[in-house]
Design a protein around this ligand. Structure first.
Ligand code: FAD
Length: 609
């Protein structure tokens, strides 16, 4: 018999980046939420690199923050170096990135989860799911079972197991079970998911060795300082006050590449020991040496793992080569001739669930109330995981409360692009975000994430009064600045028109006493200036979005039988049946679906409707 204390509204499995955002979002919406994780000590752990953000990813962190999530505030508190990347490419491409003190980051996240209203945390390993109903069509999750057989009940479960399902770690010929160095593997869940009919596949990822900073010859490396005016990630943080730390740059040499080539047969990826596909955009050093054979050097960024440790992360030489090769490899790098390894690099191979098995709410098609988020969906990266977690947790809580789901469209956020790509196209390789994946990137900027998404979050109750008031103040200040730019003229042109010239910025107006007298808030002035500068492009993009939305408005009912649509090509039936798109717009984005297929589908929907 289960006690009342074991009944919850939402259960989240996993305390990583997806799981913590999921639990916090569900809790913010008032759902009685239980977070179950393999170890309470690893809640919020950064498994690999000590950094948050970057190109495409920094925008996601700003969006998580705009939706009331934690990641932005955590990195603002735990950051040790902040940089705005892509400054030379124009504001649409600006991407914030920060190095983190890993332990501070983990502590911040863990404490936030412990202090969150409606959220309880327990150290438990989940081994299976409790699902009611036997016909595929009406299966409904009702709880989870943990290692000692205890069952926790909830009508919604969010699974965020990261790199842990059936995980195997490799360092050269050495193999061990586990999703992260020093931790175990989660073995029961893969079987439980397969029994429910889910497809699972294998991906791999890797991490570089860590070095003792005192053994590095820093003078031989090139310092990489942070920005002089560090910009916060969270819209609630006024400024970054803590001092910043330098990173350093060095590089591999031809001798290092020769060493790697000579030992490729001992690298698990090449010896055949690993079958999973690795991240193309974050390759191991052995992959780089093979794929870019003509390059004589690859960059290695030396990134401190924190303020109160000497450990240093070697960004750029992720590897699963054997121990002896790693030792020699490191010592072949300039500045690292005497470096001592504190932790060896390794690769991890794990099960993921191809994400075309999900709706755009991240609920599975197969089992009602069961949601997947994070690395389990074939993505890689803390930011991608955090964003999915937030939306899965929110949607789980909204569904339990009988409310409409929160779905972000492709033109509203990178998170919309991420989820639409996953559920529509799947993941043939670990998926990470890039600005090039977003067709509306002129409007999906890091600077305006709050204006794009906080109103959506407010509508469902995900953000509090403080954030809403802050956005209102900010929007009013932008409007005041825009009005000024349209009402002031210089040489026959308004200031807004003058801003369209590439060499004109608001700094050019600093000589005007009227501009100075207004004392516009800098962030608001920057946004007003961006809107003026790109006004023509933004208007054109809005027309395209409107056109694309026409198809998006044609909904496809849940359970619609694509196989029964007459005149639909066999391939189209198969693909539509597999992805089960929510609307005709999504159907059109499935690879291999033609405009002619859409016309047939629309006619069938009209007949059915
Ligand atoms: P995780 O952060 O892995 O969290 C999973 C959580 O689930 C953990 O708390 C775990 O304890 C818990 N859990 C698992 N199974 C159970 C269970 N049965 N019961 C209860 N709790 C459970 N990202 C990059 O962007 N680039 C990289 O190069 C990169 N390299 C990586 C290398 C390694 C070796 C590893 C381990 C990860 C790497 N990552 C990399 C990935 C990055 O760590 C993840 O993208 C991110 O942490 C995913 O977040 P998540 O919340 O989905 O999963």
């Amino acid at each position: 018999m289960s006690s009342a204390a074991q009944h919850f509204d939402v259960i989240v499995i996993g305390g990583g980046h997806a799981g913590t955002e999921a639990a916090l979002a569900a809790g913010r919406l008032g759902a009685d939420t239980l977070l179950l994780t393999m170890s309470c000590d690893t809640v919020g752990v950064m498994s690999c690199n000590p950094a948050i953000g970057g190109v495409g990813k920094g925008q996601i962190v700003r969006e998580i923050d705009a939706l009331g999530g934690l990641m932005g505030r955590a990195i603002d508190a735990a950051g040790i170096q902040f940089r705005m990347l892509n400054r030379s490419k124009g504001p649409a491409m600006y991407s914030p990135r920060a190095q983190a003190d890993k332990q501070d980051y983990r502590r911040f996240v863990k404490l936030a989860v412990e202090e969150a209203e409606n959220v309880s945390v327990r150290q438990e390993t989940v081994v299976s799911l409790v699902v009611d109903g036997d016909a595929t069509a009406d299966r409904q999750v009702s709880g989870v079972k943990v290692a000692d057989g205890t069952v926790f009940h909830a009508p919604a479960v969010v699974l965020t197991t990261g790199t842990f399902m059936a995980a195997v770690m490799h360092t050269g010929e050495a193999k061990s079970k586990g999703g992260r160095a020093g931790e175990g593997s989660s073995s029961g869940l893969s079987g439980a998911l397969r029994d429910l009919g889910f497809d699972l596949a294998r991906f791999k990822t890797g991490t570089p060795c860590r070095l003792h900073g005192k053994s590095i010859d820093w003078a031989a490396c090139e310092p990489q300082p942070g920005d002089e005016d560090p910009q916060p990630f969270s819209f609630l943080t006024d400024r970054i006050a803590q001092p910043q730390i330098d990173c350093y740059l060095t590089g591999t040499t031809p001798a290092v590449h020769d060493l790697i080539r000579a030992n490729l047969h001992r690298a698990p990826m090449y010896s055949g020991a690993i079958h999973g596909t690795g991240p193309r955009y974050c390759p191991s050093i052995e992959d780089k040496v093979v794929r870019f054979a003509d390059k004589s050097s690859h960059q290695v960024f030396l990134e401190p793992e924190g303020r109160d440790t000497h450990e240093v992360y070697c960004n750029g030489i992720s590897t699963s080569l054997p121990r002896d090769v790693q030792e020699e490899l490191v010592r072949g790098i300039r500045g690292l001739e005497k470096a001592q390894i504190t932790r060896l690099g390794y690769a991890v191979e794990y099960d993921f669930a191809p994400p075309t098995q999900l709706k755009n709410t991240l609920e599975t098609h197969r089992v009602a109330g069961l949601y997947f988020a994070g690395q389990i969906n074939g993505t890689t990266g803390y930011e991608e995981a955090g964003g999915q977690g937030l939306l899965a947790g929110a949607n789980a809580a909204l569904a339990v409360a009988g409310k409409e789901p929160l779905v972000i469209e492709r033109d509203e956020g990178y998170l919309g692009v991420l989820i639409d790509d996953l559920v529509t196209k799947g993941a043939d390789e670990p998926y990470r975000m890039f600005t090039s994946r977003a067709e509306h990137r002129l409007t999906l900027r890091q600077d305006n994430a709050d204006r794009r998404l906080t109103p959506l979050a407010a509508r469902v109750g995900l953000v509090g009064a403080k954030r809403i008031a802050q956005l209102e103040r900010h929007s009013a200040e932008i409007a005041r600045c825009e009005a000024f730019l349209s009402a002031h003229w210089v040489d026959g042109k308004t200031l807004a028109e003058r801003l369209r010239r590439p060499d004109v910025t608001t700094e050019s107006f600093e000589t005007m006493p009227e501009w100075r007298a207004e004392r516009f808030e800098p962030r608001a002035a920057e946004q007003a200036a961006i809107s003026a500068k790109y006004a023509g492009y933004i208007a054109r993009q809005a027309t395209e979005v409107k056109k694309a939305k026409r198809w998006g408005a044609v909904r496809i009912p849940d359970g619609f039988d694509f196989a029964a649509v007459e005149h639909l090509r066999h391939e189209a039936r198969e693909k539509l049946g597999q992805v089960r798109p929510a609307d005709v717009g999504q159907a059109g984005r499935i690879s291999g679906i033609t405009p002619a297929d859409l016309s047939v589908l629309v006619v069938a929907l009209e007949r059915a409707g």
